[in-house]
Design a protein around this ligand. Sequence first.
Ligand code: R5P
Length: 294
Amino acid sequence: MKIILGPASTALAEKIAELTGYEKVPVACKTFSDGENYIRLKGNVQDEHVVIVQTTCAPQDSRLMQLAFMAATAKKSQARKVTAIVPYLAYARQDKIFLQGEGISVETVAQMLKAAGVDALVTVNIHAESTLSKFPFPAKNLSAIPLLAEYFVQKGCKKAFALAPDKGAMYIAEQAQSVLGGEAGHLEKQRDRYTGQTSQTGKGLTVKGKSVIIFDDIISTGGTIVGAAKILRELGAAHVHTACVHGLLVGDAEKRILDAGVEEIVGTDSVPSHVSKVTLAPLIAKALKARKGG
Ligand code: R5P
């Protein structure tokens, strides 16, 4: 097996290569003046099972094209099998038809990757795991929540209250709770499908005087966490932290979250930034080592 160092995730791919001992294949890449991408694999992949590590956070479309080019180039160079490791899978939130006339964007992405030469995919905390069953190749989802919770244990936050911002994310809070050893709960969140506006309530939550960590798969505009922090403040929580797998932090999201009283934002290197305090490398390396067959 060889690890192709995708340009969007070079540092993560290097760490995975180090942990697994698999040979690295560097990638030369550039963007032409008209915005088009160019990639070249700088290593021999003939007869190899290659693993391309490439996240697809912004600029999503460009990174998806780079991924497709790497997969197609590997296949053209006679790689035996191509597995895409895509920690943040773009378009995963458009996983069903919410309004008439919409499409299922994430399925289109998967079909595009299949056409390019991807044979299997591994992602991390995809918005809805059920999405993967419709992909045209085997696809696996890993969870980084225990790693994020472990970060807080190391910082002395053992027994903190693990909070999910909505009922659908309660499984995330429960995964965190199993590491933190404290309580878990969730807020109620409603979203207007036309405006995208959300509203949250904290009915039945008892967090007075407690340290609370809000866990979510994604922080995008920060609206969900800002709303949750406001409710926690009203309910008398003593400390509020937040952790997410994919810290997209669009615009002034970080400032808004900190201004809302959240003491720390912790993300992973799924989306490389200064809040990526937890690396996914051990999680992905373990999954690669555990794989059966080719
Ligand atoms: C949605 O259901 C996700 O789990 C996140 O809660 C959401 O994507 C966060 O978005 P934002 O930061 O824009 O509120």
